[in-house]
Design a binder for this molecule. Structure first.
Ligand code: HEM
Length: 523
């Protein structure tokens, strides 16, 4: 009996000590902003200021908007992501410093790409320093206007298939989830533009590429890694969480390998992303004198030598390819879905836009060309307003690489401090966008654009790390929307929501449960 009592009290003592240590650990950073003299919000143990995000009750866009509003009148404010101190920026001028002018202090996002343990995480989005610069230089030529003209043919082809795919639904005036359909459309287009692959996502329910592509898009690993890491840095490794599930990684590695082998054996030279990636790999492997490699190696420091050692090998190439597939499929389809939802809720605007597209088509002998689509003014305003109201990358993070004095203050940020640019909150600030919940493309007339403060519109980020694929993304969105509006009408149904609920499990602003609209044949 005595032994039992001793064991119970030892156990209780151990549990109390564990709780105490956990509590102490999770709150030990909470004085950080106060010590710096930065106004901050009271964090709660374990969650910091993002409890509703950690518990999947609100999307990160909404959580950061709430925090942004609480610092009304401030240039910035201190918050905690779990126990990690983060500086939330409100002042657009300060955003300009962080993203552009003082890029040398904020070159990366604080992610930890790992080529061995989480191979697909080793992509341009996550990399920083010389490795980032090197790969960015390699990939930039994929997005020149000349390349996009070629890409236009592919997107145009798949937009015709999309129209065919929807024919029966339109005849029946069906209620359909446009989000899901558009993901398949952009996956087909990206598969073809970037890799020369027929993904068959729209036509074949059982397409393996489609199944894996959807899993790449819906993989939330990076969200969980960020949250767990903020709570305790070793947790993601402890739970063996990777950016993409293992089987998806293996499938993708196999597909890319096959594409490369096929192209090499058959001497295929397509001017697409895959070709550029292969070129980069080959050059790194057998030509250390090439210009790009030299430019990157010239600094002669240790990091640069690592690039040479690691090279742009097959694994690095595959990680970039997966990133392209994800960004190319996910971003444009999400933007198009939000846009169609707004147009279904504003039938007059939908008709006006359709009239613009139709007039342009007639003017160009019944065919929409690359130049015509890019010249459509109302379409451009509608898409810009969509990305204002629903910025897909709702939160841009940077990590301070060396101590940084916040301009105009005596506050110094320590090396390693994370800063957050809450794009969604910024785009919904009535100071810059009166009645922010109203969908109003006129916010993007030339005169309104030029009268707005700089760095208050950041759907693609800014500075050296601005979205590399923004032209491609915009092209996909515009070509897809133009084709849809020329052929069909969209209206609200009982499942359509004026304020679509946002997904709470990802950093990307996306609909929580599809985008349900009624599709009709043209009257
Ligand atoms: C409407 C579509 C798109 C939107 C709204 C968008 C948005 C963004 C934003 C805001 C960033 C900057 C993130 C930061 O600074 O931390 C970014 C970066 C990036 N985007 Fe996009 N994107 C779109 C389409 C695409 C497409 C189609 C691709 C590729 C095919 C792509 C590839 C990338 C990459 C690789 C980066 C990282 C660039 C770097 O760090 O150097 N994006 N995107």
């Amino acid at each position: 009996m005595e032994f039992f009592e001793t064991a119970v009290s030892a156990l209780l003592g151990f549990m109390a000590a564990t709780v105490f240590i956990l509590y102490w650990f999770s709150t030990s950073t909470f004085h950080y902003w106060k010590n710096k003299g930065v106004k901050s919000l009271k964090p709660s143990p374990l969650f910091g200021n993002i409890k509703h995000f950690v518990l999947c009750k609100l999307s990160p866009s909404e959580v950061f908007q709430d925090l942004y509003n609480k610092f009304d009148g401030e240039r910035y404010g201190g918050i905690h992501l779990a126990r990690k101190p983060v500086l939330l920026i409100r002042d657009p001028e300060l955003m300009k410093h962080i993203l552009l002018k003082d890029f040398a202090y904020f070159p990366g996002k604080g992610n930890h790409p790992d080529l061995k343990k989480d191979p697909l995480s080793y992509n341009l989005f996550n990399l920083e320093g010389e490795k980032w610069k090197y790969i960015r230089t390699k990939l930039t030529p994929a997005f020149t206007p000349g390349k996009l003209k070629i890409v236009y043919q592919h997107i145009d082809h798949y937009s015709e298939k999309l129209i065919e795919h929807l024919e029966e639904h339109a005849k029946n005036k069906d209620i359909i989830d446009m989000y899901n359909i558009l993901v398949n459309f952009t996956m087909d287009a990206t598969g073809s533009c970037a890799f020369g692959v027929e993904a068959n996502a729209m036509d074949d329910e059982d397409s393996a590429f489609k199944k894996m592509g959807h899993r790449i898009i819906h993989a939330n690993g990076s969200t969980y890694i960020d949250i767990l890491e903020s709570i305790f840095p070793i947790l993601p490794r402890f739970f063996r969480i990777s950016t993409f599930p293992r089987d998806v990684t293996t499938f993708f590695q196999m597909v890319i390998k096959k594409i490369m082998e096929y192209r090499e054996q058959n001497h295929i030279m397509k001017k697409d992303v895959m070709h550029l990636l292969m070129l980069a790999r080959n050059k790194t492997a057998d030509d250390s004198n090439n210009e790009d490699t030299q430019e990157c190696l010239q600094t002669g420091n240790e990091k640069s030598s690592n690039i040479r050692d690691e090279g742009f090998n097959e694994a690095v190439l595959t990680a970039q390819a997966a990133m392209f597939l994800r960004a190319g499929s996910e971003k444009a389809s999400t933007a198009m879905s939000f846009c169609l939802n707004e147009l279904a809720l504003q039938p007059a605007l939908q008709s006006e836009l359709r009239a613009e597209i139709e007039a342009a088509k007639e003017e160009h002998s019944g065919k929409l060309t690359y130049e015509t689509v890019l010249g459509l003014k109302l379409l451009d305003r509608v898409v810009s307003e969509t990305l204002r109201k629903y910025p897909l990358e709702a939160s841009i993070f940077r990590v301070c690489k060396k101590p940084y004095n916040i301009p105009g203050t005596s506050v110094q940020l320590d090396k390693g401090t994370r800063v957050l640019i809450p794009v969604y909150a910024l785009h919904h600030d009535p100071k810059y966008y009166p009645e922010p919940e109203r969908f109003d493309p006129d916010r993007f007339t030339d005169i309104n654009k030029s009268s707005r403060q700089q760095f208050t519109y950041l759907p693609f980020g800014e500075g050296p790390r601005v979205c590399i694929g923004f032209r491609y993304g915009m092209l996909q969105v515009k070509v897809g929307l133009a084709a849809l509006l020329l052929h069909y009408e969209f209206s609200a149904c009982h499942k359509t929501k004026a304020c679509p609920e946002l997904n709470t499990r990802t950093w990307i602003t996306s609909p929580a449960s599809g985008m349900w609209l009624r599709i009709h044949e043209r009257k």
